[in-house]
Design a protein around this ligand. Structure first.
Ligand code: ZN
Length: 135
C-alpha cells in the first residue's frame, strides 16, 4: 500500500472506529496513558475466542492503533497476541513492514517520529496488561 493509502486508513480508523466501546461481557480490562500526547485508552478483553474492545481518546495514531489492534487480535490465543505485539513494536521502531501485521503496517511510518512511537504502542501495552490481569 502507498503512504497515502496508509494515511487514509489511519484517519478513517481514528474517526470511525469499528471496535470502540466496552465489551458487554469481558474478563479483564486495563488502562493506558501517554501524558506526553494526552492519549488515554482502556482496553477490554474476553479471552475465550479473544475479543477486544477499547475506549480511547487521543491522537489519530493512538486511535488507529487501538482499533486496528482489536481487529488484528480477534480470535487469537494469548501466545499469538504476544507474538503480534512484539512484531508491532519492532515495526513501529524500525519502520520495516511485517506480513503478520496486515493493516497494522499502516503505522510503520511512526518510526520517523520518535515521540509518536509511544502513541502507537500504548494500546498494545494496555492489551498486555489486560491479558496478564486477573480473570
Ligand atoms: Zn498520541
Amino acid at each position: 500500500m502507498s503512504a497515502e493509502l496508509y494515511q487514509a486508513l489511519i484517519m478513517d480508523r481514528s474517526k470511525n472506529p469499528r471496535f470502540a466501546g466496552a465489551l458487554a461481557d469481558y474478563d479483564a480490562a486495563a488502562d493506558g496513558e501517554n501524558p506526553m500526547c494526552g492519549d488515554r485508552t482502556k482496553v477490554f478483553i474476553k479471552r475465550d475466542g479473544m475479543q477486544v474492545g477499547h475506549e480511547s481518546r487521543g491522537c489519530a495514531i493512538m486511535l488507529a492503533s487501538a482499533d486496528l489492534m482489536a481487529e488484528a487480535v480477534a480470535g487469537l490465543d494469548a501466545a499469538h497476541v504476544n507474538e503480534l505485539s512484539r512484531a508491532f513494536e519492532a515495526t513501529v521502531t524500525s519502520g520495516a513492514a511485517d506480513d503478520r501485521l496486515g493493516a497494522l503496517n499502516a503505522l510503520a511510518g511512526v518510526h520517523e517520529y520518535r515521540s509518536r512511537i509511544k502513541c502507537a504502542t500504548l494500546p498494545w501495552t494496555a492489551l498486555r496488561d489486560a491479558l496478564n490481569g486477573d480473570v
